[in-house]
Write a protein of this length. Sequence first.
Length: 409
Amino acid sequence: MNTRRKITAVLAMAAVVPLTFTACGSGGGGGATSGEDVKTLTVLDSYNNEPDKSILQAAIDKCAAQVGVTIERTTVPGKDRMQTVLQRSSSRTLPDVLMLDNPEVKDVAVTGALAPLGGYGVDTAPFAGNSLDAVTHEGEVYGLPLPADTLGLFYNADLLAAAGVEPPKTWEELKAAAAKLTVGDQYGLAFSAAATYEGAWQFLPFMWTNGGDETKLDTPEVKEALQLYVDLVNSGSASRSVVNWTQADVKDQFLAGKAAMMVNGPWQIPALAKAPEVKWDTVQIPVNKPGQTPTAPLGGMVWTVPMTGDDAKQKKAAEFVECTGSEDSQMALGKARNTVPVRADLHEAYVKELPTMEAFTEQVENAKARTGKLGPEWPKAGTTIYTAVQLALTGQASVEEAFARASAG
């Protein structure tokens, strides 16, 4: 049994047993507490590296003060997060507040291990567009997103100006620009097409923008997006090494001057800021046909309230989570981490303060959750996507055959 399925199975098993205890990780000694007695909440998150760890601590401290509690915080690496959830669920020591990646929320919620926030009166109305899709199961919202990230098209402004190239808005313009910007050891475009969910994540903007759907991958709209990838690689405008590159590798190619444009996210901006000689800007992901809406995946973490068996603590935890969705909290964290507040009412003010985030903010307004339609079945679709991309880019299958081959296993 793989880790993801094991986690779901263990959480489901734990959820069927009545939880009439106070979670050990919550500092309780058995028996329910009253609202007035809740002075401490435990938090588990995966912002374990600096500067993100300290940035998040400041946001946590502010909301803790607002709701009148002390926070006992534990951090784990992102790669260990779900394994830690499994272990804590098995030992019944889930924290009062748990950070999950947005594709993980439905996996955990479906087991009954998370408290629906509506039961505690948490206001989710201000959240924008599709931002709640990943955290909604059977009509109940199980978490509030932190400021989000997504994908856009970065370009080297000096290189485009020297070549007389405008930032592309359509696929044809993208192919033409990439071809013109491919000179010597400099490729026109870099992207990640790795055999991982990261590779699937990078394909989604082209697939979704063109009307493709993860519930039915063997369609002309999806194949047209794959053909774009194949055309870029086969023409030499993108390196054949894209099948091995992570998004960090893509950023390195861009910084080294070996790619004039790249598909990447705003989490790369701190690294770009360390290379002031590279003059960059961003636009939304190009569309296939004029009139289409650039649609990229919505990335980011989510605060949730586990079912610990102590309703007073769960209520206080929900207050804390609601605070993280406030205007002040979303703006402060968004500005500090180059992530977009998931409240539409903040976008104008946010872009005014961080003009470099304008394209990403526009992209977030129409972004979609990977699990929005498929829920826990998303990983299967993600695997089919990156497998098909690999088959087509390595010449093992035609564009017409790639998704059928990939889904067959």
